[in-house]
Design a protein around this ligand. Structure first.
Ligand SMILES: [Zn+2]
Length: 136
């Protein structure tokens, strides 16, 4: 074959799109939630934590407090709750987490770092330099 196949062309097209999209707004990937009778699993907690530069444990602690549910992070890096929780409620709680611990309240960007201090966290924005204190 002398012409590139469809997949090669698709790859090329995608790589061009990626370059263009570099200064677009950061989009947080959606949580993949599986809910059964007595378990609720977040499949991609570790991936998302990496993306927003937070510890999976920190996110999970927030959710545990919110739902007063027992939960742990499994070897596969999924998070598992030992009860059924409505996935919509988890998504809602997660967006609260983002507002509280990730998003810069000054410029609205996600390029922030969370520093642990004695009694509080300092949320520093790498985009605009703003700092916000969060009680622990
Ligand atoms: Zn900012």
């Amino acid at each position: 074959m002398s012409l590139p196949d469809y997949e090669t062309m698709l790859d090329l097209a995608l790589s061009k799109v990626k370059h263009k999209a570099s200064d677009e707004r950061f989009i947080v990937p959606g949580l993949q939630i599986i809910s059964t009778k007595n378990k609720t699993i977040i499949k991609n907690l570790a991936d998302i934590a990496k993306k927003i530069k937070r510890e999976p444990k920190h996110i999970l602690k927030f959710l545990i407090k919110k739902f007063a549910a027992r939960a742990e992070i499994l070897l596969s890096s999924d998070a598992s709750f030992y009860q059924q929780i409505n996935s919509g409620l988890i998504r809602e709680a997660f967006s609260q987490y983002l507002k509280e611990y990730v998003v810069c309240h000054t410029c609205g960007k996600y390029d922030t770092v969370l520093e642990k201090r004695e009694d509080f966290y300092a949320l520093k924005c790498e985009a605009c330099g703003a700092e916000r204190l969060i009680l622990r």
